[in-house]
Design a binder for this molecule. Structure first.
Ligand code: HEC
Length: 291
């Protein structure tokens, strides 16, 4: 795929679009501060400076507005794919994000007022605008932090791709009564999806340690250190040693809190019971006739 069509693809995805446009208000709110400050310091002599600061915040206001709308679209698109916990963060993120353009308008207004000739009006409004620009940058950082957590901790906007790795590639065979399949589906798979797949999937060069955990084949083949699991033998399975933090050099999930004992026990039981995976058949439509 060429870069342009890649770009268009990403743009058509509401979550990706939001991820792209949200950087404008973030950057503008930070580099706006010195402009507002300079305008207040040398304002009287340098009219151009004051106009520049004003133009800056008009751009910030507009980009914040566009970002808010793209955020609403993104929310619409990922509705239903989030956990309750992620949903709470999303609500906070939206509340913070919605106000950015509002505060940006207030700073813009102050900078507009500070164009006045009368120093009694100009000076205070210019300095309140400086204070406003600092406050605004802090506010934006907080909103962005919430947004970042949504994406990197909860996979908001990205789960389709990962869920697809499990779901649509191979269609589940109906009528499997094996309780171990239900156990895999209800207990095991959610752990892998929530805690591991972000770094261990075949997409976007995210095959950390060479290990792809999106399929049983990937786990059996393993990564740079060999098979990640040995069905029937949790104590011999690298995956288990990694989540138990037995080896100081391999503690998974990397950089995150250790899984709870309950979750580790689920993985152990799953492997002890034979590491049964979702049964599937290969959808023929996905496999072109071999040459
Ligand atoms: C934040 C990213 C991240 C997450 C989340 C993560 N891993 Fe890893 N994992 C890595 C990286 C990077 C490596 C390779 C470097 C290393 O060995 O530390 C790795 C290596 C591994 C390996 C060794 C692969 C090999 O053959 O060398 C195993 C097994 C593993 N991870 C299991 C897991 C399990 C199980 C989870 C979920 C509970 C998990 N990882 C979550 C980043 C991650």
């Amino acid at each position: 795929m060429n870069p342009l069509s890649q770009f268009i693809d990403a743009w058509n995805d509401p979550a990706m679009r939001h991820a792209m446009v949200n950087h404008f208000p973030i950057v503008l709110s930070v580099i706006g501060i010195p402009f507002a400050l300079l305008a207040a310091l040398i304002g009287k002599r340098a009219k151009a400076m004051r106009w520049t600061a004003l133009a800056f915040y008009v751009a910030l206001m507009a980009s914040a507005f566009v970002t808010k709308n793209s955020g609403d679209d993104a929310h619409e698109a990922i509705r239903g794919s989030l956990s309750d916990e992620a949903h709470e963060v999303l609500e906070e993120h939206e509340e913070l994000g919605d106000k950015v353009w509002w505060f940006a308008s207030a700073v813009t207004l102050l900078l507009g007022v500070s164009l006045a000739r009368n120093p009694k009006v100009r000076v205070p409004s210019a300095w309140v605008a400086v204070a406003g620009s600092l406050f605004l940058a802090g506010w934006v950082a907080n909103a962005a932090d919430h947004g970042g957590r949504l994406v990197y901790e909860y996979g908001a906007g990205t789960p389709d791709e990962i869920a697809e790795l499990f779901a649509s590639a191979d269609s589940p065979v109906e009528a499997t009564e094996d309780a171990r399949v239900a156990f895999f589906r209800n207990e095991v798979r959610p752990i892998l999806t929530t805690h591991c797949l972000r770094c261990h999937n075949p997409t976007r060069a995210k095959r950390s340690g060479g290990l792809d955990q999106s399929t049983i084949a990937g786990l059996l083949q393993g990564g740079l250190s060999g098979p990640a699991l040995v069905p029937g033998w949790p104590d011999k399975s690298l995956l288990i040693l990694a989540v138990r933090h037995e080896d100081p050099d391999l503690q998974m999930p990397a950089g995150k809190d250790k899984l709870t004992d309950d979750l580790i026990a689920v993985l152990e039981r799953w492997i002890a019971d034979g590491a049964v995976w979702e049964p599937f058949e290969f959808a023929r439509s996905r496999n072109p006739v071999p040459e």
